[in-house]
Every structure is written in C-alpha cells, then in structure tokens.
Write a protein that binds this ligand. Structure first.
Ligand code: NAD
Ligand code: AKB
Length: 314
C-alpha cells in the first residue's frame, strides 16, 4: 500500500484548520501539507508543512502536487453564500475553476482520492423544506448554490468518465470554536456564542424562527474522515451525500445559551441573508449516508452549547 501524502487547499479556513489537524493526527504531521492563499495560520504554526498557494493558478498547483508527491487532495477553498451574493462572478470563478483545476490534475497524476464539499445550499425554494431527500427537485437561487450544484455534477462526471475517486458531503451550517467562519448565512450560530460570552447580548441577522440544518465541527470532521476511509464500492453517490445532525432556530440556540448564561439577550435585525436562509430546507434526510457508509452524528444542540461555552475564550 502506498503511503498517502495529502494536500489540504483552503487549510486556513473554518473547516481547513480542524481538518488539517485531524488528518495530521491520522497520517503524521509531515504527510499533510496545508495550503492557502493566506500566509500561515497561528493555529497550524509548528504542526506541519504550510505553503502559500492560489488554487486558481493551475500550473503552480500542478507543480506543488508533483514536487510534494501528493496522493490525495482535500479542496476547501471557496466563497460562501453571503459573500457570494456580494460578488457573484468571483464566487462562480473560484468555486468552479478551483474544482476543475483539482479534478484535472487528479486525473493526470492519478491521485488516489479527492474530497470536495458541497452544501445544503444546493437546495432551493422548490425543494422539500422538511427532511429534504438525497435526490429531489434541486433549483438553487444563490450563486453559491448554483456553483455547488454544478460542482457535484463535475465530480460525478470525473468519476464516471475518468475514474477519479472524488467524494463529497453536503455539509449543513457548521459551528466551531477554533477557526472563525468565512462569510456564510449560518455564521450567526457561531457569532452568537462568541458574543454571549464577550457581551452577554447578540443582534441576529436571521429571524428567531428560521430553522436551518446545522452540525458541530467534531461531527463534520468525523463524517469527512469516515467518508474518505469508506471502501470505494460503498460510495453510491458520486455527486454528494446529505448528512444531518440537528436543526434549530436562533430562538432555540438563544434558549440553550441562557441555560448557562441567564442574562444573555438576543435581538433580531434581519438582513439580506434572511432571503438566502428562507430558500434552504429546514432539515435534511440523510438515510443514504447512514446506510452506505455508516454515518451517525454525536452532538445535539445542548451538548454543542456546553462544549462551545467551555472552549471559547472567556
Ligand atoms: P472559509 O471561507 O472559512 O475558508 C476558505 C479558505 O480558502 C480560506 O482560508 C481562504 O483564504 C482560502 N482560499 C480562498 N481563495 C483561495 C484560493 N484562490 N486559493 C487557495 N485558498 C483560497 O470556508 P469554510 O467554511 O472552511 O468552507 C470550506 C468548504 O466547505 C467550502 O467549499 C464551503 O463551501 C464548504 N462548506 C462549508 C460550510 C460551513 O458551514 N463552514 C457548510 C457547507 C459547505
Ligand atoms: C453558508 O452559510 O454559506 C455555509 C453553508 C451552509 O454552505 N455555512
């Protein structure tokens, strides 16, 4: 069996930092190269190799992959939903061209596996709102969602046409305390914990009763590693898998925080992100991920709240 050498592109982002650290634990620190447009990240400093890299520069990306003997790529560099609506062409270019660059090089260099995340943002207002199925009507209305939907079918195409073993998860909104989120509609669910601790009050940009699918970062990292370790024959969907853990509203996360900080107060001033949230399902059916590769979440809202408040700086 060849020893894997992994490149994580977008390693300084919300998911990238934690995924890089988890992969280094599994494969060894020198086997996982962190790469990002940003120069170094304090949370990754001293934990293994780090390179500055622009995924849009295909030639330089190709050189790095050959020079570092890379066998697997995790591609996390992207523009998320809220930032994407402010700059649609930037979001489309990065989200599409970055993926095509990686898939092309993976085919040429016969990489063993590629991971690329999709999102619940693929779904639009015409998809079922409750327990949204794996396969259903998919008509996204954000540029981010359109790029994720197109990306899913590029992954499927490279698998069917060229045998590139690319795997994907439609992550829900992710909540974490290590690295801050980068321009999504679900970011309120991280900000609320930070501001509960620092100010005991928070102004939410979504209405109190806006339910969205969410997941705590340790579950998301485990889901990713489990999908990537599953046998190729168990992966039935080469577009992307629905995965689900919990669904809650700002009102519910506020109440969960108030169990620890009774003085905490939330105000609501909805902005342009409300419309994005309203176009997404409230909850997700992930039976396929459960039966194909054994997915099961560990954290619910109250367990996550306890852990977030314990680990965030006070
Ligand atoms: P993030 O914005 O926190 O991180 C993205 C990283 O990519 C940043 O560090 C950024 O500097 C880097 N980057 C941007 N342009 C680059 C380029 N040209 N070359 C190299 N690096 C570049 O994003 P995230 O939240 O960690 O998301 C990672 C992936 O997961 C994205 O594809 C996103 O769509 C997907 N996803 C995230 C969530 C979530 O809640 N965080 C949910 C669903 C899907
Ligand atoms: C966002 O809100 O854009 C992301 C996502 C659900 O893809 N967190």
């Amino acid at each position: 069996m060849r020893k894997e050498k992994i490149l994580v592109i977008g390693a300084s982002g919300q998911i990238g930092v934690e995924l890089t650290l988890a992969l280094r634990k599994l494969y060894g620190e020198n086997q996982v190269v962190a790469a990002d447009l940003r120069e170094q990240n304090p949370l990754l400093q001293g934990t293994g190799p780090y390179v500055s890299l622009d995924v849009m520069n295909k030639e330089m990306l190709h050189v790095q992959i050959i020079r570092q003997n890379i066998t697997q790529v995790y591609l996390l560099a992207a523009i998320l939903s809220a930032t994407g609506e402010k700059n649609p062409s930037l979001a489309w270019n990065l989200n599409m061209q970055g993926l095509l660059n990686v898939l092309d090089i993976a085919r040429e260099e016969k990489l063993s596996k590629v991971f690329w995340p999709s999102s619940i943002a693929v779904f639009g207002p015409s998809s079922p709102r409750i327990n949204c199925p794996q396969q259903t009507v998919i008509e996204p209305t954000t540029v981010y969602g359109i790029s994720k939907y197109a990306g899913e079918f590029w992954c499927n195409y490279y698998w069917n046409r060229f045998g590139v073993d690319v795997r994907s998860i439609r992550y829900p909104g992710l909540i974490s305390y290590k690295s801050e989120p980068g321009g999504g509609t679900t970011d309120y669910a991280v900000e609320i914990y930070r501001e509960a601790l620092s100010k005991k009050k928070y102004t939410c940009f979504l209405k109190e009763d806006t339910y969205l699918p969410m997941m705590y970062m340790p579950d998301a990292i485990r889901a990713t590693l489990e999908l990537m370790e599953a046998s190729a024959s168990s992966i039935k969907f080469r577009t992307s898998y629905n995965v689900s853990a919990m669904s809650f509203s700002p009102r519910e996360v506020c109440a969960s925080i108030q169990q620890h900080i009774p003085a905490f107060e939330m105000k609501v001033v909805p902005d342009y992100r409300q419309q994005i949230a309203d176009s997404w399902p409230q909850s997700i059916d992930d039976q396929a991920a459960r039966s194909d590769w054994g997915w099961k979440e560990e954290y619910n809202l109250d367990m996550m709240t306890t852990d977030m408040l314990k680990n965030l700086p006070h």
